[in-house]
Ligand binder design. Sequence first.
Ligand SMILES: Nc1ncnc2c1ncn2[C@@H]1O[C@H](COP(=O)(O)OP(=O)(O)OP(=O)(O)O)[C@@H](O)[C@H]1O
Length: 364
Amino acid sequence: MSELVVSISGRSGSFPLSADFTASRGVTALFGHSGAGKTTLLKMIAGTLSPEKGRIAIGDTVLFDSESRINAAPEKRHIGYVFQDARLFPHLSVRHNLTYALWAGRRQAGRPFAEVVDLLGLGSLLERRPATLSGGERQRVAIGRALLSNPALLLLDEPLSSLDHARRQEILPYLERLRDESGLPIVYVSHEIDEVARLADTLVVLSEGRVVASGPVAEVFSRIDGIGGAGEDAGALIEGHVTGWDPGYRVAFIDLGGEAFQVVDEKLRPGMHVRLRVRARDVSLARHAPEAISIRNVLPVRIVAISESGAFAEMELSFAAQVLRARLTRKSVADLGLKPGEEVFALVKAVSVDRSSMRFAKGG
Ligand SMILES: Nc1ncnc2c1ncn2[C@@H]1O[C@H](COP(=O)(O)OP(=O)(O)OP(=O)(O)O)[C@@H](O)[C@H]1O
């Protein structure tokens, strides 16, 4: 499997952009506020906008290299691009939208048609016209069309941004299958923290045209306070294995590398690997392990850092080689006399864990 390696600088009009990162198999999320330069970066990778300097390669194939004056045309780059809106041909059926590039003779056959139809659940939609599809179904067709072009890389530019919450939840499992089964590097632009937490393996955070952080998603999440200033939404990703499930109470038991954790969920089963997003505002701290308390999760943690601003104190906590964040009032920190280096207990309600951003994979 080939990696995408990007090391470029350039501009879009007067907007300067520079980026260095590597995207391997799985999803690399490009995350950043509106205007951070995400689309500009995708255009440079796709070849519709040229950087001034640097290099872009997928495995051994060089797409752009300013030194050796290589700048492959977009159609020669073997990149599948999916936009915010599906951009399907309205007068063609789903089947013909999917195969258009093939029978127009523009692309070579790649992945078997039936395999793509199955992966994205398009079987019952093949004879329909785009106007009769939901937004989520249209995006699945657009992704299918991109996959059938036999790409070496998929670029998805906020593919869910035009969809409401329910439609997003409907399409996310297909994107997870795409990630796990296509074997392709996928660059996924989003400014939705939940999508990033659920889908991404690698996270690249852009701000004002520059990469301000990149790396494994849990690590970057925990390093950057509320990534890109998500404020109220600040949190951390924690990972573990499901060890049990209580069907009576619908509670899953998770081993976070030695610490037990419980969440409420219908889909988690023993053996699954999970990643959970815990919001800083849902974590409380106690000096002593509480007794007779309804909160299911009490984790022994060490205070790594405290940063105070206004009425609030953002706490960085570590346990079992993982990071958790807590947002307390400054007054609580003062009353409890909390200091970096101290061992305390973090309290997390099982019902507060953000289920929409939960990611799980069998085994592993
Ligand atoms: N041709 C241009 N001339 C001047 N400014 C430009 C040009 N193209 C893009 N920009 C500016 O570059 C910045 C980055 O734009 P870009 O579309 O890459 O952002 P983005 O992170 O994708 O944002 P969004 O999430 O809103 O789509 C914006 O401020 C935009 O106005």
